[in-house]
Write a protein that binds this ligand. Structure first.
Ligand code: 13P
Ligand code: SF4
Length: 336
């Protein structure tokens, strides 16, 4: 591997968003990553949508709530976040004195992009008596405009923790918001955002799969559109979906979320069959193009050189932390 100083590293990262350096093909990346984690007292946090190799070297794999709880409680000096930008940013908001790195800064999120803070601020100003509950899939700027953050596993409990007559704006995911409205009987004002991965599942193809596999249970993430959720046997966060497959006596599942989750499902239940739900295009599977920007090579380089690093102005961090703290408090109260 070429010797590369910090100025050269910064130049590559600012041009490409990640460290693009040749790695010796004979290097055992799994062993090197384990060694570096110990040397640096680093923790590797990974989301279920990461590629299997990354999940296999992670210290903790989880959904957005689990990952933020883990980030809030870790005593590691370095947090390597194998996920997307808003997740690593949340870890940094909770850990100002720790270094947080992300393998590729281009790993964004279409849902987060659907809510630019300037536009949302103008929208929010039209509803001065409303509280703002914002899905964690958003930028620090959006979090700073929010009262409480939520994830797909605690959204319903957080909404229900507020008085029934409290007017609420829910952002940015209109599908999750509509689902929570239906579950709680509320009438939250919804921001018009969505996830590009969960919006393109094909109802027709899922219905045909269900006919071909009559014993299979359809399990879906609440970021999916309402007609898809309407035919689901179970709806939940990635952790919720995984637990459901582990505890159910059923042997076959049509999984309506990003395909990365199938790795843990298959590992936990090798005797069960998991069928990825097809999207509304010519592909057989449905990967998140942002999550899949992270590779084992980028992860190794990011851990070794501790870059690209997540940073933000302190004032923004403090404003974004408040609604995350509220979420963590409410989640702890309900044992979530
Ligand atoms: P959860 O893992 O919290 O269910 O979120 C899914 C997702 O889309 C993350 O980007
Ligand atoms: Fe964002 Fe959707 Fe990808 Fe999750 S799956 S990171 S919500 S684009």
């Amino acid at each position: 591997m070429p010797d590369i100083n910090s100025e050269q590293q910064a130049a590559i990262v600012s041009k490409k968003g990640f460290l693009d350096i040749d790695i010796d093909v004979n290097l055992d990346l799994f062993a090197e990553i384990e060694k570096l984690k110990k040397e640096k007292n680093a923790i590797l946090l990974a989301h279920y949508y990461q590629e299997p190799d990354i999940q296999d070297v992670a210290d903790y794999i989880g959904d957005s709530l689990g990952l933020s709880q883990k980030a809030a409680s870790t005593d590691a000096d370095l947090i390597v976040f194998a996920g997307v930008h808003f997740m690593a940013e949340t870890a940094k908001i909770l850990n100002p004195t720790k270094k947080v790195v992300l393998p590729d800064l281009n790993a964004g999120c279409s849902l987060s992009d659907s809510a630019p803070p300037e536009l949302f601020k103008a929208f929010k100003d039209k509803y001065p008596d409303h509280l703002v509950i914002t899905y964690i899939n958003c930028s620090a700027g959006m979090k700073a405009l929010s009262d409480i953050i939520c994830t797909s596993s605690n959204a319903q409990k957080i909404v229900e923790s507020l008085p029934a007559d409290q007017p609420i704006i829910f952002a940015p995911d209109k599908n999750l918001g509509a689902y929570i409205n239906k579950q709680t009987g509320r009438n939250m004002v919804l921001w018009n955002g969505a996830c590009m991965v969960h919006e393109i599942f094909s109802l027709e193809k899922i219905t045909k799969l269900k006919i071909r596999h009559p014993q299979a249970k359809v399990i879906a993430h609440p970021e999916c559109e309402e007609p898809v959720l309407a035919i689901a046997d179970y709806i939940g966060s990635t952790t919720g979906l995984l637990k459901y497959t582990q505890t159910s006596s059923v042997k076959e599942f049509i999984v309506v979320t990003e395909t990365g989750i199938l790795h843990q499902m298959q590992k936990a239940s090798p005797d069960k069959t998991f069928i990825p739900a097809p999207p509304n295009n010519n592909c057989a599977c449905n990967d998140c193009p942002y999550m899949k920007l992270n590779t084992l090579e980028k992860l190794y380089l990011c851990l070794k050189y501790e870059t690209p690093e997540i940073t933000m102005p302190e004032q923004l961090r403090l404003a974004a932390k408040k609604p995350i703290d509220r979420m963590l408090e409410i989640s702890a109260k309900y044992g979530l």
